[in-house]
Write a protein that binds this ligand. Structure first.
Ligand code: GLN
Length: 313
């Protein structure tokens, strides 16, 4: 669909206003104590298209914990380091299981199904850590976010990181289990330290949508023309986002929204309309699969209004 810059902003603001009013808001994640403090009344939506037109609604400038959305960016970094060798230690099939499930790992000899479930993301972080101190690896991840979003103010929320460090027993179990199969190279406590900190990066919808632009535009940042990754890699990351980005809710997200997307338990969702736009939504209340409830509802409305589903308008 053709739209003007003011149409785009109007559509996004309409959706944000509607979402603010809704009473079905899902439940804020409570298994990471620091996340349980976030108010469930928040809602933000931000869209930036190839021409730089913007739609911004609600709390689009409020930073939130990006949690598992960080896995998109660590996957991009790890592919940059080791290329397709990465796929020897992590698969690219949907898991059909919750994000922190442990059962599949035993049957599949410690090789996680995909890089977006926790086990897979921990294995990816291990690749980024190799040859570095944890502090350097984290610096690299954070600098990458600054570069992609063109914003040096993006920070790690240390309270969220230490809250998860103190309660992340399942992730410790997953990491130790993979280590027993030789899938993790570095000491487990160091890998987990980096993983918990990458999940604790705080970003607003605006910053997140800015950071996702290279995925919407064939690996290129459209404002600078700079190649972040080859086009083929952007396409493949989008494919994994579509099939695995919402865990056992990935089918439902594809069915309703029709866009590659990655959720986090902080209530954020990064969605990519290939060739069109990068989109970030935030609503802290989650559905049963741990994905933002109103984030998904809003994205469904947006992709319908603009005809952006990759499966046809
Ligand atoms: N840090 C969270 C965890 O490991 C990330 C999970 C998520 O966002 N789905 O449990």
């Amino acid at each position: 669909m053709n739209y003007s810059a003011s149409d785009l902003d109007r559509i996004v603001k309409d959706i944000a206003e509607e979402m603010k009013e809704r009473t079905d808001r899902g439940e804020v994640a409570s298994y990471i104590p620091e996340l349980a403090r976030v108010h469930n009344s928040a809602f933000g939506l931000y869209v930036i298209d190839e021409a730089g037109n913007v739609g911004a609604g609600g709390d689009f400038d409020t930073p939130f914990s990006i949690q598992s959305i960080s896995k998109v960016f660590t996957l991009t970094l790890a592919l940059g380091k080791v290329g397709d060798h990465l796929w020897r230690r992590v698969g690219r099939e949907p898991s059909g299981s919750p994000f922190n499930s442990i059962v599949q790992l035993e049957r599949e000899r410690g090789i996680p199904r995909n890089p977006f479930i926790n086990a897979g993301a921990i294995a990816v972080t291990d690749v980024i850590l190799s040859g570095h101190q944890p502090r350097e690896a984290l610096g690299e991840i954070l600098r990458f976010m600054h570069f992609l979003a063109d914003d040096e103010s993006i920070k790690i929320d240390e309270n969220v990181a230490s809250s998860e460090q103190q309660t992340g027993f399942r992730n410790a179990a997953l990491a130790n289990y993979m280590k027993s199969f030789g899938v993790i190279d570095n000491p487990v406590n160091l890998v987990l330290g980096v993983y918990f900190h990458q999940c604790a990066i705080a970003m607003s919808c605006r910053q997140l949508a800015m950071a996702g632009r290279f995925l919407a535009h064939h690996g290129v940042n459209p404002s600078t023309g700079m190649h972040v990754v080859p086009a083929e890699r952007a396409r493949r990351i989008n494919a994994v986002m579509l099939t695995c980005g919402h865990y056992d809710g990935s089918g439902e997200f594809a069915f309703r929204v029709g866009l590659p997307g990655k959720s986090g338990v902080g209530g954020g969702v990064l969605a990519i309309a290939p060739g069109k736009a990068s989109i970030a939504a935030w609503s802290p209340g989650l559905d049963a699969a741990g994905n933002s409830h109103l984030g998904r509802v809003a994205l469904e409305k947006l992709s319908k209004r603009l005809g952006w589903s990759i499966f046809g308008g």
